[in-house]
Design a protein around this ligand. Structure first.
Ligand code: AHR
Length: 561
């Protein structure tokens, strides 16, 4: 509609305005003549004009109730994990600029990016891939002489290997996150991976430990998570479940973590390759791995099963990341909400073989995957990040929290400059995306205890696509404070929320809300503050909180008692 108007000849619009002015003048004249009938007709018409010209959407009322005395599982902070692959400008330029760069950096790592990520309290970062991991050979990325190789998966560009093991762990140290290393099962060997872990973690004076010390790090590193392969059913080697299982058993047995601090407590968790969708091919994969796990012997083990699921609607990714309307907004959000059923489906299989839920479902690649930005290198997966992505992120984080007993880790793809990123950079410039702000607002949910919220979400329909109007989660942090995150998915209607609280005497509530003028509003290097959180507060009275949510918004509030 907006587009059609833009192309209408200016002259015809001018004529219409003139005609409207004439009609108004005729009515004004009659009104001055004083007839009550004419006056009332005029009043009704004015109302009609006002209503058509500026529709004021009535707030939809939603009742919520929260009983703080009925806490659920812990919302593991690792569901807020990140993923940084050697892909496009994700690592080179996004994180690494080199110590001789004019861009302010610490040992080659950009200071602006580090400062921004510190505010997110990033729990862990998955690295070096992705598909890249199954072609990565760690030795090429250590020491004073780096081997220059290629990155055949992502544009066939030069891989200088200047950002290697030590640089990655320095980066993690600077942002305060833990390492999630993905080892090369596709084109590497168990020996290569085992030596990498020995190099990283042993405190004993082995030749590899001495080499690590010579390269600047005498103390053993901590490796919190080990991914054994990546998408081994596809880019990781196109393996059958049985073939992959034989690899998993070998890698799980021989790729050891020797760090003395990780022997009893804080043991490294091993994550096996899991499904990439909901079709039978994937349910069979989950069945095979979980069945094997059920009867595993002392000689191998696993602690997590990975799952990859992008919001793409159809492959190849063709939805625009900016310059779209409410139809595409509804289509993408409808598609992203399938994450809930996907988790439920694979959790049900896992429950059969692991009713005690020892194995975590690790959604270590997820997010919106759209068409590459026009003019960008297609293999670099460059896209903008809009208010729609903020809503998408909130809906998925809520789903993970709602499955907190099984989903204990997730890694959004990807951290910087690639797919649904937190941060975009262009040389010395940096901008924080709407998704970044959702992660920042959700920090209080890291390791909070899930508290169930009951409500009737209602629905809205756009172009035949029906979506829940509202989504919400609540959590109690370690200090006992209650936090509430509510998303108003409806792009046009505000929502009036009334929350009844049991087990807590609420005195006030305040926090932040994230919205923007349009569903595809974005932050750019030139205009970086279009989608940024603003303060919001709720009224507290008689054990109830009331607050109004803007359309298409994400709100997080803390309840004070
Ligand atoms: O995140 C981009 C790619 O998507 C990863 O490398 C791969 O694991 C997945 O297919």
């Amino acid at each position: 509609m907006a587009q059609k108007l833009a192309f209408r000849p200016f002259r015809s619009i001018q004529c219409q305005i003139l005609r409207q002015a004439q009609v108004r003048r005729t009515f004004l004249f009659a009104l001055q003549a004083g007839s009550p009938l004419v006056r009332s007709l005029f009043a009704s018409l004015t109302l009609l004009i006002v209503a058509t010209a500026a529709p004021v959407a009535a707030a939809q009322k939603v009742q919520m109730s929260i009983d703080v005395s009925k806490p659920g599982a812990k919302i593991d902070r690792n569901i807020f994990g990140q993923f940084a692959e050697h892909l496009g400008h994700g690592v080179y330029e996004g994180i690494w600029v080199g110590s001789d760069s004019k861009i302010p950096n610490t040992r080659g790592i950009r200071n602006d990016v580090v400062a921004a990520l510190k505010a997110l309290k990033v729990p862990d970062v998955r690295w070096p891939g992705g598909c890249f991991a199954d072609e990565y050979h760690w030795r090429k990325g250590i020491g004073p002489q780096r081997t220059v190789t290629l990155n055949p998966n992502w544009g066939g560009v030069i891989e200088p290997n200047t950002f290697g093991t030590h640089e990655f762990l320095d980066f993690l140290d600077q942002i305060g996150a833990e390492a999630y290393l993905s080892v090369n099962v596709g084109s590497g060997t168990p020996q290569e991976a085992a030596e990498w872990l020995e190099y990283l973690t042993t405190a004993q004076p082995t030749t590899l430990a001495k080499e690590r010390a010579a390269n600047g790090h005498p103390a053993p590193y901590k490796v919190a998570f080990l991914g054994i392969g990546n998408e081994s059913w596809d880019c990781g080697g196109n393996m059958t479940p049985d073939y992959y299982l034989s690899q998993l058993k070998i890698y799980s047995r021989f790729v050891r973590n020797f760090n003395p601090a990780q022997q009893d407590k804080q043991q490294m968790l091993k994550i096996a390759v899991g499904p990439g969708g909901g079709e039978s091919r994937w349910t069979e994969w989950t069945e095979a791995i979980m069945k094997a796990y059920q009867s595993h012997t002392w000689s191998w083990d696993m602690n997590g099963l990975s799952m990859h699921s992008y919001t793409v609607v159809k492959w190849p990714p063709s939805y625009a990341s900016v310059g779209f309307g409410e139809k595409e907004y509804a289509q993408i959000l409808k598609s992203t909400m399938e994450m809930n059923d996907l988790i439920a489906k694979h959790s049900a299989i896992m429950d059969k073989y692991d009713p005690e839920k020892k194995i975590a479902l690790v959604v270590d690649e997820w997010g919106g995957w759209y068409a590459p930005l026009p003019g960008s290198t297609p293999g670099f997966l460059v896209q903008q990040n809009s208010l729609r992505d903020a809503i998408l992120a909130a809906l998925n984080l809520n789903i993970f929290a709602q499955h907190a007993d099984r989903v204990r880790m997730a890694n959004i793809a990807q951290m910087i400059n690639v797919l649904q990123a937190m941060i975009l950079t262009d040389k010395e410039k940096m901008v924080l995306t709407p998704t970044y702000y959702v992660y920042k607002m959700y920090v209080p949910f890291q390791d909070a205890t899930f508290v169930p919220v009951t409500f009737d979400a209602g629905t809205f329909t756009h172009d035949g696509i029906t979506l829940p109007r509202i989504d919400a989660i609540a959590g109690k942090d370690k200090a006992g404070k209650l936090w509430l995150a509510i998303t108003n998915v409806d792009p046009n209607q505000p929502a009036e929320i009334e929350v009844s609280l049991a087990g807590i005497n609420a005195k006030s509530a305040s926090g932040e809300t994230l919205t923007a003028p349009k569903v595809d509003s974005v932050n750019t290097f030139d205009v970086p503050n279009t989608v940024v959180p603003k303060p919001v507060s709720a009224k507290a009275q008689d054990g109830k909180l009331t607050l109004e949510l803007a359309p298409k918004s994400v709100t997080v509030i803390a309840v004070e008692q």
